[in-house]
Design a binder for this molecule. Sequence first.
Ligand code: PLP
Length: 396
Amino acid sequence: MSIAHHMRSYMDRASWIRKMFEEGARLKKIHGADKVFDFSLGNPNVPPPPSVKRALLRVIENGVGTLHSYMPNAGLPETREKLAAYLTREHGVPMTADHVIMTCGAAGALNVILKALLDPGDEVVVPAPFFVEYGFYAENHGGTLKTVPTTSDFSLDLEALEAAVGLKTKVVLINSPNNPTGQLYSADALKALGELLRGKSRAVGHPIYLVSDEPYRKIVYTAEKPPSIFQCYENALIATSFSKDLSLPGERIGYAALHPEADDQDAVQGALVLANRILGFVNAPALMQWILPDLLEESVDVALYRAKRDKLYAGLKKAGYECFEPPGAFYLFPKSPLADDVAFVRLLVEEKILAVPGSGFGGPGYFRLAYCVADETIERALPGFAQAMDEARSLR
Ligand code: PLP
């Protein structure tokens, strides 16, 4: 066999996203792209704020000779300083540039963090449903993913976490606002999780790190900001990016941030920086780092996503779907009207609607709809959702 055995099995595991992609391409070829309603990808369709273009033009016009140069592996010192000042305000803990490592998106940040923390056999505990790439990321660095159920509204189940975290646990990885559910964890739940991890760390005799993956932090529909994980636990790291809140996913810019009171500061910082280098990222994209200082307080127009959520949610409820109304991110995770979510996603394909089965996210019995699509796509897809529901009812 030409390729590594584990890659062969990874390719099989990743097949849902690939299948939907291929199905979409096939349907678009037959019916035309405008007749296919593609809710399968979390690719933001809301444009970046105008300040992004202004900052890019300014940097290119005034750019110094080192604009495209290599830099320290952690990133541009000026950008990291500005980011640290922003994070100090946002999270209420005193951050310096040393606590921030610029990365190739949140995916880069997660890989850098896991590379820095995991030894072979270490467990990464994750509440399910979860972002499908986590399993691959943990295994990239010798770890194994251990999933823990959430409650009926996809909130943290602290008893289940208490039972799951043990001697082998090195990392608990959470994602709020969540992909695929859109749920946002409360301050009380995060404080209780922090308390739980303090106790567990003492019991197992090593720090258990809490990694918070939060690329959707600014995409929330609540009056209050999401709580800060740094207010809840010290051995904590944030992995995030500007992919969603500035609509820049192709630019691959994000960062990892370490709590200033985490144990073993120097070693963890050093390991993160070295991981960024030896994973082959070397440093995060330069041009993006130059523009970021102007953009830290900016975000896409979240009201546009809110309107899309409201339209799709109302349409699905009217058609008889059971669905949690998500306070954040840009996904709905409705209950599949058939117990077999894969079979139901096939019914949706009959209506030229592309969705991803919940099974692909460790959430069988549900399906995910990414509503970062044109309003018109939502409006025109609603009759198809109603038709698929009728079809499912007739099969039950
Ligand atoms: N984490 C979650 C929960 C995501 O949904 C995504 C992308 O969809 C990522 C991480 C990766 O983000 P990035 O494009 O910034 O690497």
